[in-house]
Design a protein around this ligand. Structure first.
Ligand code: AMP
Length: 438
């Protein structure tokens, strides 16, 4: 199949060529004709499938038919990095067409965004928080929107953005085309789809996970020995390429990156507490080889096109089996082989079972002398017996809310739940609390 069959205008075809795309990917084959017909779309697809171009190309073609200078396409994305990435794709695919696009998110000054609105924008890629901020300040209007894209809807849900999204929807015209993409489709996403889409075409693209190209291994270890085991593995089994390490918390990512730098590795963290510039430098540095090791949280790394990683290390296991598959899929790309190394502590065993059930086979265990799972040390501390009722109540309270300051943020510094099965979110990234990244 060729891009010619879509009958894009000549400049778009030139831009597709300049991007080096020879053939449409499966999601592009399916979605582009439907979107060009004006249909709403419910797409079950992950980053890495070519979904950005699948919606960007027909949007650009459509926008070139009507007058410029008003915001006519709005793309909502969960993270700043993804918003930048989508905006870059639009800029490349709409090069020399005169269409203007901008990425709008928090953590950076508002003035350049306000100036861009004044100059005129056709395509707005935004994180929900900052966009709502602009709407509340009457900085822009969205009543000229023709197409709305909700990208990575499940991550936006995980990050607590749905109330903001529902507020933003009130500013949009009812008559519009809506495209909703999500890597998973739990009930909350279906509900949003029912509220926002009209008779949508459903497109499911299974991420081709080349699991047979990835060698997977589990290392039983105690929590306190994880850093030492990581250094041991990185030193004893050096890979021919870069290593992407996942931690559960922002604090964990920051700390581990520091330890690795101290041990002589060119490493960087990628986590939500870093400034936008620092996050972009970390991604760029990892892509261009300045950093051979990147220590990231799921939220900071999801949706970002970091491919061709030689090794993925689950320093902390994720809380869902699907997230594990997604993480290890960052390696073993483009027919190259890859390694996925996971640390397994005492209270990770239920999750390991879930992962193995999903994969339909068990993962090889590797024991290294001096490193072992320590059952006794991994148990949460037990309450003292024979407390008075009153003391028992107050100590219960303090277990669930230590010092009354327990953060709910998915990337917060709380330790991993000892009950992975109870985790309610799709990617197990914690409670549905609004994240400050947008
Ligand atoms: P996405 O899923 O949109 O994040 O895209 C993943 C990667 O695939 C990006 O680096 C795109 O530039 C690339 N890509 C998108 N469409 C094509 C295509 N038709 N052929 C080759 N690469 C593509």
């Amino acid at each position: 199949m060729s891009f010619k069959q879509f009958q894009f205008i000549a400049q778009i075809n030139t831009n597709i060529n300049n991007c080096g795309y020879e053939h449409p990917t499966p999601i592009q084959e399916k979605a582009i004709p439907e979107i060009m017909r004006g249909r709403d779309i419910l797409g079950l697809a992950q980053t890495g499938t070519g979904k950005t171009a699948a919606f960007a190309l027909p949007i650009i073609q459509q926008l070139l038919k009507t007058s410029r200078g008003n915001i006519r396409a709005l793309i909502l994305a969960p993270t700043r990095e993804l918003a930048e990435q989508i905006n870059t794709s639009f800029k490349e695919l709409a090069a020399d067409t005169g269409l203007q696009s901008i990425a709008v998110y928090g953590g950076v000054g508002k003035n350049p965004q306000l100036e861009a609105f004044k100059r005129g924008v056709d395509i707005l890629v935004a994180c929900p928080g900052r966009l709502l901020d602009h709407l509340n300040n009457h900085d822009l209007q969205l009543n000229t929107i023709e197409t709305l894209v909700l990208d990575e809807a499940d991550q936006m849900f995980d990050m607590g953005f749905f109330p903001d999204i529902r507020r933003i929807l009130k500013h949009l015209p009812k008559k519009r085309q809506t495209l909703l993409f999500s890597a998973t489709m739990p009930a909350d996403i279906r509900k949003l789809a029912e509220e926002t889409l009209t008779n949508p075409g459903e497109i499911r693209i299974k991420m081709e996970q080349p699991l047979d190209l990835i060698t997977q291994a589990l290392y039983p270890v105690s929590k306190r020995q994880k850093s030492a085991l990581l250094l041991h593995i990185l030193k004893e089994n050096p890979t021919d390429g870069s290593t992407l390490i996942f931690t559960r918390t922002k604090y964990g990512a920051k700390n581990l990156a520091k330890k690795l730098i101290k041990a002589g590795f060119s490493a960087s963290a990628l986590q939500g507490n870093m400034s936008q510039n620092q996050r972009q430098n970390a991604i760029n540095g990892f892509r261009d080889g300045k950093y051979t090791v990147l220590v990231a949280t799921d939220i900071a790394a999801r949706g970002i096109d970091i491919s061709r990683v030689a090794q993925v290390v689950n320093f902390d296991l994720p809380s869902t089996a699907e997230a594990y598959t997604h993480r290890i899929g960052r390696t073993g790309r483009a027919q190259r082989s890859g390694h996925a190394v996971s640390f397994m502590c005492y209270d990770d065993q239920a999750m390991v079972k879930a992962i193995e059930r999903l994969q339909g086979e068990s993962i090889k265990r590797i024991s290294i002398d001096g490193f072992a799972m320590e059952e006794a040390n991994e148990q949460p501390p037990k309450q003292k017996k024979f407390q008075s009722n009153a003391r028992r109540k107050s100590s219960k309270k303090s277990t669930s809310q230590p010092s009354g300051r327990r953060k709910k943020n998915p990337e917060s510094n709380t330790s991993k739940s000892p009950h992975p099965k109870r985790s309610s979110n799709i990617f197990g990234l914690g409670q549905k609390t609004k994240k400050s990244s947008s």
